[in-house]
Design a protein around this ligand. Structure first.
Ligand SMILES: *Cc1c(COP(=O)(O)O)cnc(C)c1O
Length: 365
């Protein structure tokens, strides 16, 4: 059996007619930037998250960067980020001129450990950027309690967590502001790049909107040295259709995850754990294994696609050589990098395919 790591086929074949009609509508209207599709999507996505405002932008990295810029974070400032995340989280901080300060995760959740945050706070710290990694919310109430004591902003990197909840509240509505990515492979993905800022803070939303549009509050009137980072009409039109299916697609991901969790019983494999009061949307199903590379080769030989999230932690990347952080400084992030293996997880996996992945993993020794 051949099972790719990810496939959009089932998802996209179900909605093909609607997507083509959406394309035709925008095409015939000849209005491609800052029109009613973006406006409608922003309202619908804000409503979906339970928040007041949504501002579309070019991608997830820009969403995070624009939030930091809008809060006035820059040179001489520090922002706390998890040591285990995709590099975009830290890059958003670096682009402002501020310094990312890494804090280790809890290995069983893969997310930042709130108990370690306080020790990383300095006079320069301005914000905590929590990541809902792999689709599970970070421990936001614990993080917010610390942030309140030190008067820090809490920013959610929600690039992997569309629809996930903590105590019934959706990610995107658990901090001061959230950045979402609509990269095609995310749980809610455009047919190209896209992103959004979600917040209940009107001033922040307005500022992010201006910063993403050449710093302009109205046409040819520029109040900031802004960027060009906008969500296209065509992508917004596609996203509106996909948003209506998101909960159903996430539900299927959860069914697959539950089968993996209940039926994978190989002692050499550690399964992901969901914290109390949280719902997970399994953007990634990450298992851990000491002989990860052997397991990966074995699965690939059996026709099962895999991936690693992420094989080199940020503090050991060439891009962050300037931080001069030695190997061994963030041992949990390093352990995750060398043991995590992501197995197939996507809407459209059949029961037989899920069974095959489970059987093949259970047969490994
Ligand atoms: C995908 C991703 C981003 C960046 O999103 P882009 O749309 O690719 O810029 C940021 N953070 C995390 C955790 C991501 O997975």
């Amino acid at each position: 059996m051949n099972i790719p790591f990810v496939s959009f086929e089932a998802m996209h074949s179900e909605i093909e007619d609607k997507m083509l009609a959406a394309f035709k509508k925008v095409y015939e209207k000849n209005w491609f930037i800052q029109g009613c599709e973006v406006e409608e999507f922003e309202q619908e996505f804000a409503d979906y998250c339970g928040a007041k405002y949504c501002v579309g932008c070019g991608n997830g990295l820009d969403a995070l960067f624009l939030i930091l810029k809008a809060y006035g974070i820059g040179e001489e400032d520090e922002v706390i980020v998890p040591s285990n995340t995709y590099i975009a989280t830290a890059l958003a901080v670096s682009y402002t001129g501020a310094k990312p300060v890494f804090v280790e995760p809890k290995i069983e959740y893969f997310n930042i450990n709130p108990a370690l945050i306080e020790a990383a706070i300095t006079d320069k710290t301005k914000a905590i950027m929590a990541v809902h990694l792999y689709g599970q919310p970070a421990e936001m109430y614990e993080i917010k309690a610390i942030a309140q004591r030190y008067n820090l902003k809490v920013i959610e990197d929600s690039a992997q967590s569309h629809g996930a909840t903590y105590k019934g509240i959706k990610t995107g509505n658990l901090g001061d502001a959230a950045g979402f990515s609509f990269y095609p492979g995310k749980n809610l993905g455009a047919l190209g790049d896209g992103g959004a800022i979600v917040t209940n803070d009107k001033e922040l939303a307005d500022k992010c909107r201006a910063l993403g549009n050449y710093g302009s509050d109205y046409k040819y009137h520029h109040i900031y040295k802004g960027n060009n980072s906008r969500l296209d009409e065509i992508q917004a039109a596609f996203l509106r259709i996909k948003l209506r299916e998101l909960d159903r697609w996430n539900k299927r991901r959860n069914e697959i995850a539950n089968r993996y969790i209940n039926e994978i019983n190989n002692d050499a494999v550690a399964l992901p754990v969901t914290a109390a009061d949280m719902t997970h949307v399994y953007h990634i199903f990450g298992i851990r294994c000491d002989r990860r590379d052997n397991l990966e080769k074995y699965l690939n030989d059996k026709g099962i696609g895999t991936n690693k999230h992420y094989p080199i932690p940020m503090h050991l990347q060439g891009a962050y050589a300037d931080l001069n952080i030695e190997k061994g400084t963030y041992p949990i992030a390093e352990t995750i990098s060398s043991t995590e293996l992501s197995i197939p997880m996507y809407y459209g996996m059949t029961a037989d395919e899920v069974s095959y992945v489970i059987d093949v993993i259970n047969a490994w020794n």
